[in-house]
Design a protein around this ligand. Structure first.
Ligand SMILES: Cc1cc2nc3c(=O)[nH]c(=O)nc-3n(C[C@H](O)[C@H](O)[C@H](O)COP(=O)(O)OP(=O)(O)OC[C@H]3O[C@@H](n4cnc5c(N)ncnc54)[C@H](O)[C@@H]3O)c2cc1C
Length: 67
């Protein structure tokens, strides 16, 4: 089964894990993204464990942000 490892592009989100539009504002209030499909969390370099930790943390933030 194909899987992702190290995406350096992807969906842009804010601190609440809301998906942002090109203007930098939430695309929809309750549209969230977490994990590997989110852009930018690797900050230019891959360190073992970052991806799984980010998936856990960003998923928790998205869940907490849901209204
Ligand atoms: C070979 C390899 C080694 C890795 N080693 C490490 C490591 O050592 N340390 C580390 O931190 N990270 C590592 N990673 C990266 C880490 O595994 C991923 O970053 C992490 O699993 C991403 O989690 P995710 O929940 O974002 O996505 P995924 O784990 O890919 O989960 C996405 C889920 O969505 C499901 N899905 C897809 N399409 C649909 C659909 N249309 N409807 C419903 N479900 C759907 C998929 O079946 C899958 O279960 C590795 C990755 C690979 C491939």
């Amino acid at each position: 089964m194909p899987m992702l490892l190290q995406s350096f592009g992807g969906i842009v989100t804010n601190e609440k894990a809301q998906v942002l539009s090109e203007k930098g504002t939430p695309l929809f209030p309750n549209l969230f993204a977490a994990g590997e499909l989110v852009s930018g969390y690797l900050d230019g370099g891959y360190r073992s464990g970052d991806a799984l930790m980010f998936g856990t943390v960003s998923g928790r933030i998205a869940a907490q942000s849901m209204q």
